[in-house]
Design a protein around this ligand. Structure first.
Ligand code: IMP
Ligand code: MG
Length: 180
């Protein structure tokens, strides 16, 4: 285990299992419809890669890059910047946002509104992790993998200062890493 990690929350096997469960549930709900999946970079990169390959539902894939953190922050700046917007037309399409984690809800609140403004027929949210105790915006995840406590976690795409994203498990980062 990486020495900057205080505790492993979910192993690669547990994550894989959860990804399969989420994919089955979403396949079932959309049936024969074709959806547009929009992965939110960079945090959702591995989750997106895995769940997209687990889906049987027909889909068109796009990504968006948004940022609400400075590089070395562990809390949101309160502003969401769209760094790279989607490329495809989503008018009248059924959109599924793929995101690593919902925390205050700021990011997903804005992304969802942005996609509805673009004329999507429906916008649903799929997250791997949810920290409900920290929610400040009125938005929820329609399909969530794990509920976690209010701790800063890294791995499987989630990063701090863009480090730890490549860990193949999800763990709690030792506070001393960001407290100096
Ligand atoms: P929100 O806008 O406060 O809901 O935060 C969502 C975004 O903050 C996510 O897309 C992540 O990129 C990031 N984030 C929130 N909590 C964590 C965490 O514990 N570890 C790493 N990134 C996080
Ligand atoms: Mg993110």
């Amino acid at each position: 285990m990486n020495s900057d990690i205080a505790e492993v929350l979910f192993s690669r096997e547990e994550i894989n299992q959860k990804v399969q469960e989420l994919a089955q549930k979403i396949d079932h709900e959309y049936g024969d419809k074709e959806i547009v999946t929009i992965g939110i970079l960079r945090g959702a990169i591995f989750f997106m890669a895995d769940i997209l390959r687990a889906f049987k539902v027909k889909l068109v894939m796009d990504v968006m890059s948004v940022s609400s953190y400075g590089e070395k922050d562990i809390t949101s700046s309160g502003q969401v910047k769209i760094l790279n917007d989607i490329m495809i037309n989503i008018k009248d399409r059924d959109v599924l946002i793929i995101e690593d984690i919902i925390d205050t809800g700021l990011t997903l609140y804005h992304v969802k509104r942005h996609l509805l403004d673009r004329g999507a027929n429906s916008v649903k949210i799929c997250t791997l992790l949810d920290k409900p105790s920290n929610r400040k915006f009125k938005v929820g995840s329609d399909y969530n993998g794990f509920i976690i406590p209010n701790e800063f976690v890294v791995g499987y795409g989630l990063g701090y200062d863009n480090r730890y994203r490549n860990l193949d498990y999800i763990g709690i980062l030792k506070p001393e890493i960001y407290q100096n």
